[in-house]
Design a protein around this ligand. Sequence first.
Ligand code: CA
Length: 371
Amino acid sequence: MKRRHFITALGMGAAAASLTACGQNNNQDCDQQPSSTPDKTVVHKWKLVTSWPKNFPGLGTAPERFARIVNDMSNGRIDIRVYGAGEIVPALEVFDAVSSGAAEMGHSGPYYWKGKNPATQFFTAIPFGMNAQELNAWIHYGGGLELWQELYAPFNLVPFSGGNTGVQMAGWFNKEINSLQDIKGLKMRIPGLGGEVFKKLGGIPVMLPGGELFTALQTGTIDATEWVGPYNDLAFGLYKAAKYYYYPGWHEPGSMLEFTINKKKLDALPADLQAILTHAARAVNQDMLDEYTARNNAALKTLVNEHNVQLRKLPDDVLKKLHALSTETAKEVATSNPITQRIYDSAYQFMTNVKDYHRISEHAYYNAREL
Ligand code: CA
């Protein structure tokens, strides 16, 4: 009788949920339990594999921060352990590990997976393309995320933007780059579409994970390398292996990182935990850009003033040629398959529109600030 009165008072929906919980718990006091309280006894222990050395500034600390935020917001119901490159899987096998379910989550860069589909490159950076602000806008308000999800669906992966470095540096060289001739025969670590452009100028693009760059450069396995920017390049000590540090990072004008989640593991979570993962990723995506913006200049000063790094700007005629070849290369890559073409079309259309306003806002303001 007591229970019947309770049901009447609460209404049928809540009562049904309450009864289900009572049936499971066989608990005398179960009528007192609010039906919407999540079951805190279920802890999801997840592995998050990354392409970075454990706790590497920015790139590696972002997934650690993500894990902490998710733990806090879920009251410990998702317990994520972050692994550095090589701890469970090598840096460049993150995609496969999450796709297969060997790890629930990954943190990496989309352009590392161009062998899966060339379209992945458009989600990291397009040479002479969108900056961080514009790329975030395309992803979250321009249809980019939906295309990205479609691209990753056959691999059982759900992608989320996982940080942005801002405009990178062109890289570290042991000789000056005064003309296009200086690029010929140069063996440089430069991934993604930038590498394709570099090849057109007679350079030899090489792909290596970040953790191998210093040794490769110091031993002469490669002649030059790009990595990220002052904050990250200082941490790897690249200044000890090359003297000239070139700008601007034409090939990566605002590189986006990615969180990937195994789709079956994500779908198996209750809706509130799915929402926590989604919003934590979005928060960390912006947070990484904030961190790079705050740290890059101090690191650049250290490189130049304490380590005598020679800062150089790529000559305008070299940049002009790189720009023309970049436009041509992106168009060619787009024809690889129908989804790559759709992603290219979407990104370029968005960029064309956003550039029109940014020419008289962001760009005009940057110029005005220097007057
Ligand atoms: Ca880079």
